[in-house]
Design a protein around this ligand. Structure first.
Ligand code: KG4
Ligand code: ZN
Length: 340
């Protein structure tokens, strides 16, 4: 089965072609991602209107490139998938409408994919991974612990009550005058910083649920920065290191609780799977490994380019749904809010 997938939910425009064989094994035939980061950097965050226009400008070209690299024609596809949500409405309309046009013209099944479901299933594209497994998704827009029990069968175990973890990294970077996106900048600065210099709060730690909260930590960091202003380079490094340590401590505690809630309800997970841009942070990766070991399971970390937003994950989720006959009609609409 060969599927074209389009991703336009946020600030990456992406098109990819993947293959799923009869045994459920995946292969990436092409995976083209165009990041709009430069267009949004001056604003310190994603501007929805700029994002939507940029998707319109480049999507056609990316699709042509993805098809060419895959060496396939449209009539050789078994389906066309697009991320229909959650995300920014302008981008969703661009991607979904484009997928509908291709599906209509070439008489192919359409699959409207939930972006979060795509993150949840990506690990199966490159690994022989049976259900059920525990997903930790941490990106700029989402922070969730999810029990992935099968295609279309997801149970949310924990979520953030306010900001996403990546968003907190981005806001911290902004307060400290670092580059956007903030995650990599904060991680770099933290390397030469003292994680014990500032006693920042660890929200939610010790609670019996597996939820997250970042706003108290974010505010505490801003107050420390204001007290010290103007900040020296070493102040910035120490603030970054203290912030990253606080996030890591919270994630470790929340994941431990999440994994034990998983076991109580669904039995032993086949793996702990991480996805989203935050999973590329080395401090977070180290603790994910420790959490998996503690939970007597294994850590599955898809390659960095498959952890962040891309077209292959949408195409793969489309193929997994197609294998169960789960398709959508041409009147399916975009869903800016679409919980798993
Ligand atoms: O998954 P992703 O590429 O896009 C979505 O948000 O869907 O995630 C981007 C987020 C940004 O908030 C970025 O600051 C964060 O992931 N991020 C990181 C790191 N690299 C990216 N956060 C912490 N440490 C990193 N090394
Ligand atoms: Zn994402």
């Amino acid at each position: 089965m060969i599927v074209l997938g389009l991703e336009t939910t946020c600030d990456e425009t992406a098109a990819a072609v993947v293959e799923r064989d009869a045994d459920g094994r995946g292969r990436i035939l092409s995976n083209i991602v165009w990041s709009q980061i430069d267009e949004h950097a001056a604003f310190g965050g994603v501007v929805p209107e700029i994002a939507a226009r940029a998707h319109v400008e480049v999507l056609d070209r990316l699709i042509a490139q993805a098809m060419q690299e895959a060496g396939r024609r449209f009539d050789e596809l078994d389906g066309v998938a697009a991320a229909a949500g959650p995300g920014l409405i302008g981008g969703l309309i661009v991607g979904l409408t484009t997928a509908k046009a291709i599906a209509l013209v070439h008489e192919k099944p359409l699959v409207a994919v939930n972006h979060l479901e795509a993150h949840a299933l990506t690990a199966r594209l490159t690994n022989d991974l049976p259900f059920p497994y525990c997903l930790f998704l941490a990106s700029g827009g989402h922070t969730q612990i999810v029990a992935v029990r099968g295609v279309g069968d997801y149970v949310r175990i924990g979520t953030t009550l306010d900001d996403a973890i990546g968003e907190a990294f981005d806001k911290t970077a902004k307060v400290l005058g670092l580059d956007y996106p903030g995650g990599p900048a904060v991680e770099r600065a933290a390397r030469d910083g003292d994680p014990a210099r500032f006693a920042l709060p660890r929200p939610m730690v010790g609670r019996p649920d597996a939820d997250f909260s970042l706003s108290g930590l974010k505010t505490a960091l801003r107050l420390e920065a204001e007290k010290l202003a103007p900040l020296s380079d070493q102040d910035v490094r120490d603030l970054c290191a203290s912030f990253q340590q606080a996030v890591a401590d919270m994630v470790r505690d929340r994941l431990r609780t999440g994994l034990s809630l998983f076991r109580e309800q669904f039995g032993q997970p086949m793996a702990l799977v991480a996805a989203g841009g935050v999973a590329s942070n080395q401090a977070i990766r180290a603790l994910l490994n420790a959490c998996a070991l503690d939970g007597r399971t294994v850590l599955v970390l898809p390659r960095p380019e498959l952890c962040t937003d891309n077209g292959a994950m949408i195409a793969w989720a489309g193929a997994e749904r197609l294998a169960y006959g789960l398709t959508d009609t041409l009147d399916v609409g975009p869903r800016p809010r679409w919980p798993l």
